[in-house]
Ligand binder design. Structure first.
Ligand code: FE
Ligand code: FE
Length: 170
């Protein structure tokens, strides 16, 4: 069985790779987003994600380790689904759902990493991890808010189309 420190470093290597994958994927989300607020939100989160990568590197340093990446298969899958939605032109509501799945994955990872760092008495590392954790939570919250606007807009448009069809039919 792994020690908690080993488990921590393995999980840190996983999220390090996940964040790097996100830096490549977010510009595609920016391009695909139609809603201005959503596009700006993705742009802002791209900046934050670059900082998340740097923080993970700082956490490795605090542990006296060289930064190491381990292929995060979960993020590969989540981003593949996101790409598929972009190709299918599935729209902003679907994009937001894909983005929130990513945030929830990150929240789970950083939540565990933070509590393990605390347990290991690596308090500076725990603080760095907490900063990122809070940004992921805020991003998730903002996505929920944009989703409400996007869904309302889409709902209104669909109602309008139905009205038109009824009028034509009458
Ligand atoms: Fe992140
Ligand atoms: Fe994130």
């Amino acid at each position: 069985m792994n020690t908690l420190r080993e488990t921590f470093l393995e999980e840190l290597a996983d999220i390090y790779d996940a964040e790097k994958q996100l830096i490549k994927a977010l510009p595609k989300m920016v391009k695909a987003a139609e809603n201005d607020q959503l596009r700006e939100g993705f742009e802002e989160h791209l900046q934050q994600t670059e900082e998340h990568v740097r923080r993970v590197e700082q956490v490795f340093e605090r542990f006296g380790e060289k930064a190491k990446a381990k292929r995060c298969k979960a993020m590969v899958g989540l981003l593949e689904e996101g790409q598929e939605l972009i190709r299918e032109k599935a729209g902003d509501a679907a994009l937001i759902c894909a983005a929130q799945k990513v945030e929830h994955y990150e929240i789970a990872a950083y939540g565990s990493l933070k509590s393990w760092a605390e347990f290991l008495d690596e308090n500076e590392a725990a603080e760095l991890l907490d900063e990122t954790l809070e940004e992921e939570k805020e991003t998730d919250q903002k996505l929920t808010e944009v989703a409400e606007d996007v869904v309302n807009e889409a709902g209104n448009q669909e109602e309008g189309q139905e009205e038109n069809q009824k009028r034509k039919a009458a």
